[in-house]
Design a protein around this ligand. Structure first.
Ligand code: ATP
Ligand code: MG
Length: 444
């Protein structure tokens, strides 16, 4: 294509080459293995570039979590250069160069890739010719999502190459879709979530034309694969930017598509208690990630779906369902509804439900029950959840104090708190009718 053939809103800008002394990205910040791959490709006579999130993150002084390489070598040519290389993928083959636990992904320049999950066909009438898949570096740049994600670091002269205006956008901290935003979201609706996630992670502003269609097109996400939405949700909430991601999801109308029951519960909870609890849970998650402490999808989902659980439980109890039965049914119903949209493997949904179902057991103080609960494999997670409810609502203080002590000195804690209350009902922060608490009898 010549310049004169290009339409006025073509995403391709004049190639801008940003030299080493201007962009400030240094090889010292890069994975030595990624550099090995780049140099080997170059020695083999191929073009070799660091690309995507890594270049973007290095430009803003961040630490990339992986280093992707793009090249004009075909996957077979890449494989021939590296002993430690395996090819993956069927439709679009990628080369993985493996160094112990680090994998450098090497992708051949790709033309109009459509989406990135590899299982959706582009609209070329089923004629999937391999020749149509590979392209030039310009093709590869414009099929990417955001301009900030389409910068190429060239190992031959240490420059950054920019075909879409990404360098200026990174400098301005702007997240801008390449091409016509609505068309790009229709091509792959998950880009709407990526916009929220990356803006949260990078502290970038979503450029107005990129932000505008999101609330309108959000319902398209309902057709995305639940497995892919699950992966994307974990990236959004377990990478240290959960609060910011949540707020952006809300602001752009994405929450009702991703977590429909939770969105409904938050909207109908006039006191705001459920929202406070959820945000407190996400704040704790971010803190744990910042401190390199482990975080679990089960606990995260217990937090994200707690509003939905409380609301459903309140409805069942209002219908006169016995509390223990209502809890089980609410947990099942919320899980079933949620997995229609976002996959939640049973290895996470079962512990999530246990965390909920253990909550009312914290108000039971009979000796046998106390020891049984302390020995429960999910005790720790359920107790952390109880503490979270306390932090968010100032209730359950007595329960938290008792169980904190009971973990150290069960008998002493029991001696202080007498055998008492066996109230079965959960004390939801929602609009659930408060279960009546029997006062503990004090022996004088
Ligand atoms: P992170 O730092 O969270 O990994 P990332 O931008 O590197 O962010 P990846 O999912 O690792 O995100 O994707 C790598 C690159 O692939 C992106 O930078 C972008 O260029 C391209 N890409 C990813 N997903 C899409 C998509 N849905 N549509 C177009 N391009 C995409
Ligand atoms: Mg990445």
């Amino acid at each position: 294509m010549t310049d004169s053939e290009r339409s006025i809103d073509s995403p391709i800008h004049e190639l801008r080459v940003i030299p080493r002394d201007v962009h400030g990205v240094s090889r010292k910040q890069m994975s030595p293995n990624a550099l090995r791959v780049l140099y080997r490709l170059r020695e083999g006579g191929y073009g070799a570039y660091l690309v995507g999130g890594a270049v973007r993150d290095l430009l803003i002084g961040g630490h990339p979590k992986d280093f992707d390489v793009a090249t004009d070598a075909t996957p077979e040519q890449v494989k021939a250069l590296f002993r430690n290389c395996r090819l993956i993928g069927r439709r679009f083959r990628l080369a993985h160069v493996v160094y112990g636990r680090e994998i450098i992904e090497v992708a051949t320049f790709r033309a109009n890739g459509g989406d990135d999950d590899g299982d959706r066909q582009t609209d070329d009438g089923g004629r999937l010719l391999r020749d149509n898949i590979y392209g030039t570096i310009e093709d590869d740049a414009v099929r990417r999502d955001f301009t900030a994600n389409a910068l190429y670091y060239a190992v031959e002269d240490f420059s950054v190459r920019d075909y879409v205006g990404g360098y200026a956008d990174v400098e301005a901290r702007l997240l801008r879709l390449i091409g016509e935003p609505e068309a790009r979201y229709r091509e792959d609706p998950v880009r709407m979530l990526r916009a929220a996630r990356l803006a949260a992670k990078l502290g970038f502003t979503i450029e107005p034309a990129t932000a505008e269609p999101i609330a309108r097109l959000a319902p398209l996400l309902a057709d995305a694969s639940p497995a892919r939405l699950f992966e994307e949700t974990l990236k959004m909430f377990l990478a240290g930017h959960a609060v910011a991601s949540f707020e952006l999801l809300e602001a752009h109308g994405l929450l009702p598509v991703l977590l429909p029951e939770t969105a409904k519960a938050l909207a109908s909870n006039s006191s705001g208690a459920l929202r406070r609890m959820l945000l407190q849970g996400l704040r704790n998650t971010d803190k744990r990630v910042a401190n390199d402490e482990p975080v679990s999808p089960a606990f995260l989902y217990a937090v994200l779906l707690w509003p939905a659980y409380c609301r459903t439980l309140a409805q069942l109890q209002a219908q006169g369902v016995h509390p223990a039965e209502a809890q089980r049914r609410a947990a099942d119903r919320v899980t079933l509804h949620q997995v229609e949209r976002v996959a939640l493997p049973r290895r996470f949904s079962l512990p999530m439900q246990e965390i909920w179902l253990l909550q009312p057991r914290f108000s039971q103080r009979q000796r046998k029950r106390v020891f049984r609960l302390l020995a429960h494999p999910r005790f720790r997670a359920a107790f952390d959840f109880l503490e979270l409810r306390l932090a968010a609502s100032d209730s359950h203080a007595e329960d938290v104090a008792f169980w904190r002590e009971a973990q150290q000195e069960p008998s002493a804690a029991l001696a202080v708190a007498e055998a008492g209350d066996a109230a079965e009902a959960v004390d939801g922060e929602g609009d659930a009718p408060s279960p009546r608490r029997r006062r503990r009898r004090r022996r004088s």
